[in-house]
Write a protein that binds this ligand. Structure first.
Ligand SMILES: [Fe+2]
Length: 291
């Protein structure tokens, strides 16, 4: 099957764009991770600035970054650790990178094929472009939103859909996923109160991962909770709002023992988690001390 970026290059009226981006295959894992974070952040910022200036954003390069995140996560868990650190200089920009990382990780857990992982990563990167049509003051407002303000926020999935749907055939599906990201399994979401399988699975994954990222990232109007607490909250209270397979996948794929957590093993040793593998269990431990 053709790669996502090749399909987009074929449909693009200005095909020189994505071909100029550097590939990272030769870089070490951590160098490649850092390069992906820097380049993708710049790309998302560029898209944000275009939308804020009422220009049509050029989003096709995002396909390259979507392909890269899939490859990076096949080789290392380090980006997952980065996405769990609760840091965000610019919430909506970093949220796009966090959600792309964690949604791809969940897709890997659900055994998605390569092409589907790339599409999921692309939709995750672009899931909230509609929010950039909402004023910054409202996005980061402290305190309770009025009903009118809430209604404005609720328009962002449709605004995002319109931005993405104008970008050609490959982005039609991405646009649909963006429009459904806030729909919930039990019909309690917005804007269309869709239920269960009416919601694209990619939108379900992005929706739960986006909720998780909001819980673990400090915002001007509330403190964050730890990834461990967030997963517990979702598993305890998300059983009606999210589908069980997706809920199980996030629990399986996003460690309950994040880096830095001190845990006691059943051998009696107390250790610090320094690296995570594809299950919950620590792979490398340090700071051993007799308990
Ligand atoms: Fe959103």
């Amino acid at each position: 099957m053709a790669r996502l970026s090749d399909l987009i290059r074929e449909q693009a009226s200005h095909p020189q764009g994505s071909g100029t981006l550097p590939r990272q295959a030769a870089a070490s894992s951590s160098q490649a991770d850092r390069s992906w974070i820097t380049s993708t952040r710049q790309e998302i910022l560029r898209i944000k600035e275009a939308i804020c200036s009422n220009k049509v954003p050029d989003i096709k390069n995002c396909a390259i970054y979507a392909e890269q995140i899939v490859q990076l996560l096949h080789h290392s868990e380090d980006l997952v650790g980065w996405a769990l650190n609760g840091q965000a200089d610019n919430y909506l920009v970093d949220n796009a990178l966090h959600v792309a990382t964690l949604a791809t990780k969940v897709g890997i857990g659900l055994h998605y094929r390569e092409h589907d992982l790339e599409r999921l990563a692309l939709a995750a990167l672009l899931h909230d472009v509609g929010m950039w049509t909402v004023s910054e003051g409202l996005v980061s407002k402290r305190g309770v939103l009025s009903e009118e303000e809430r209604e404005i926020i609720r328009t962002h999935p449709e605004r995002g859909r319109r931005i993405l749907a104008g970008q050609g055939a490959v982005f039609e599906w991405v646009a649909g996923v963006s429009a459904q990201e806030h729909e919930r399994w039990d019909g309690s979401g917005y804007p269309c109160r869709l239920k269960s399988t009416q919601i694209e699975e990619a939108a379900q994954i992005i929706g739960i991962v986006d909720t998780f990222d909001a819980m673990v990232t400090t915002r001007p109007y509330r403190h964050s909770i730890s990834p461990h607490q967030a997963i517990r909250e979702l598993l305890l209270h998300g059983r009606t709002t999210f589908s069980l397979p997706v809920l199980k996948a996030i629990g399986d794929q996003i460690t309950l023992y994040p880096i830095g957590t001190v845990v006691r093993l059943n051998t009696g040793e107390t250790v610090t988690v320094t690296k995570i593998n594809s299950r919950y269990i620590v792979e490398v431990l340090e700071g051993r001390a007799a308990s």
